[in-house]
Ligand binder design. Structure first.
Ligand code: XMP
Length: 321
């Protein structure tokens, strides 16, 4: 792999910020750049960094792909506006659901999201805006796992031999590509971002599509979204690395009000990890898990089974898709 990692101990945040700002403004020159903000730690740090380098020549978009968490599009746009960075919210829900229709294989789902994102939505945006650069928050771990063939991270292109200029008509700029998550958080802190923004648990680019096993339909995403809300409310105080609810494809027999209910299964995962390369399940108190299961089965329609994953990564991965 040609990307050279910068280890946390060797990272000097102020110097890194200065250098990356210089590189971004040199590369973009008098032109403009389109920026893909998802609201996750990596893309938020990229946004602030690039805005520092380019100011109003940075056109930041939040793409509503229909796969985000409850209220997320609005709250991400609002949080950036408070920091003085204008963000345009773009509704692309139909594009993504059309591309995901009928797909059940995890890598095919990831590929569909990548294609919709880069060829469809951003291809159009770049053409319309005349900004031939796309900024995005790819980090070292994304490259590593994709190149190793473990999981195709949605944002990896050049490392898979894709020439974005030829394929989509724009160049991709990835200022954080040499860093892992703790390094990205250190840059966020040095940029003066709110802790709530740079210390957020990671959330994958493919969003809730990474949490729906089998076909990703608007209805199934809505169910995963409700389950996510319950898990996040219950576990956010724990400071675990990441936690999530996964909607399974298989249904199981349950019972409610004395009647059989052939219902949904939700798997909870909660991880302790430094950088997502390895992870172990958090030792959650049993009482907390029981309360979580009660909330899940009463607040998310049709759920009759809640399980907790106790497998480490490896051999598990953090996300189920
Ligand atoms: P896995 O599931 O590979 O996840 O153990 C490792 C970390 O990466 C996040 N993740 C992604 N992030 N695009 C992203 O931006 C992706 O396609 C993607 N897939 C997984 C995951 O949430 C975890 O923090």
């Amino acid at each position: 792999m040609s990307v050279q990692e910068i280890k946390l101990n060797d990272l000097k945040p102020e110097a890194f910020i200065e250098e990356q700002c210089r590189l971004i403004s040199e590369q973009v020159g008098p032109s403009k750049a389109v920026n893909a903000l998802s609201g996750g730690v990596d893309s938020s740090v990229t946004t602030i960094l690039a805005y520092q380098a380019l100011g109003p020549r940075l056109l930041t978009y939040f793409i509503d792909n229909g796969l985000m968490r409850e209220g997320e599009p609005e709250s991400v746009v609002y949080a950036m506006k408070r920091l003085g960075v204008p963000v345009v919210l773009l509704d692309a829900r139909r594009d993504f659901f059309a591309a995901l229709k009928g797909k059940t294989d995890p890598e095919e789902k990831r590929q569909a999201i990548t294609d919709t994102f880069y060829k469809g939505v951003f291809g159009r945006l770049v053409k319309e805006s005349g900004a031939p650069y796309l900024l995005q928050g790819t980090i070292y771990t994304d490259v590593e796992e994709t190149v190793a063939g473990i999981k195709r991270q949605h944002n990896i292109l050049a490392q898979l031999g894709i020439d974005t200029e030829k394929a989509f008509g724009y160049k991709v700029i990835e200022p954080l590509i040499q860093l892992r998550k703790p390094g990205v958080r250190a840059i966020g802190e040095a940029l003066g971002m709110p802790v709530s923004m740079y210390n957020r648990p990671p959330f994958p680019g493919p969003a809730l599509a990474a949490r729906v096993i089998g076909e990703v339909t608007p209805e199934r995403v809505a169910l995963a979204r409700k389950a996510t809300l319950v898990v996040e409310e219950a576990l956010s105080g724990l400071e675990a690395f990441q936690y999530m609810a996964i909607l399974h494809e298989d249904r199981v027999t349950g019972m409610r009000n004395g009647k059989r209910e052939y219902g949904f299964q939700i798997e909870i995962r909660c991880w302790d990890s430094q950088d997502a390369v390895t992870a172990s399940p958090t030792k959650l108190p049993f009482d907390l898990l029981r309360k979580l299961a009660d909330r899940m089965t009463s607040e998310v329609p049709g759920v009759v089974s809640v399980t907790y994953n106790v497998t480490a990564k490896p051999p598990s991965t953090i996300e189920a898709v």
